[in-house]
Design a protein around this ligand. Sequence first.
Ligand code: BTN
Length: 246
Amino acid sequence: LGRVVEYHDAIDSTNIRAKRLAEDGALSGTLVVSDCQKAGRGRRGREWVSPSGTNVFMSLILRPDILPGSASMLTLVAALAVHEGILRETGLETSIKWPNDIVAGGKKLCGILTEMSAELEGIHYVVVGIGINVNMEGFPEEVSSVATSLYLELGEKVRRSSLIASILEAFEGFYEEFISQGDLSGLISVYNSCMINAGREVRILDHAGDYTGKAIGINEKGELLVEMQSGEVKHVISGEVSVRGL
Ligand code: BTN
């Protein structure tokens, strides 16, 4: 992964660029990195604030044979890779908030936006977009209670290129495991061991309503298993819900 890297000083969004490259036939493993983004995008159509000089904004093109369903599973693979890459590079022990936020001290450090080609078009690719707050020294008041950076957690600056290399290296190992199994079965225990929700009460908001239960862990498809008070275990599918710790 990352043997082909396209670097930009500024771009609208690395995800948009990566999707265009993928449609033009870019190889699996191609990486787009930008110092800043003019139209960085988060999940649920939200904006992803993307200033220059401090953070990591990157998108990886992957072409796994196992579609469909792989986009949501790859999001969890990416979260594992970011968690492991940060640990190797800085020694900081972060947590994963299911499905794919990386948090430290209860605040968000990294977000992941995975997008997939329309399968009917016969072009199969997944773009995994990763945004990490690396050397930001502060956040606007509105978000400072929910966002953090590696600098704020560690008290020292982190070299972005080394961090990217460590994440890609970790990604390769997890991705191979994922491809060889065809699902996340080989990664369940490592994922659950760094998932902040495990064993905790969570509140789930989805089309069916608003309910609480105890998060047990993920299954091989990356669904979150939540035990309800009745003893019934619900399979929560990512992308459809908002999970809040209680
Ligand atoms: C989230 O809402 O948590 C996901 C944020 C994803 C942001 C990254 S930054 C690199 C890539 N390009 C984008 O426009 N978004 C993703």
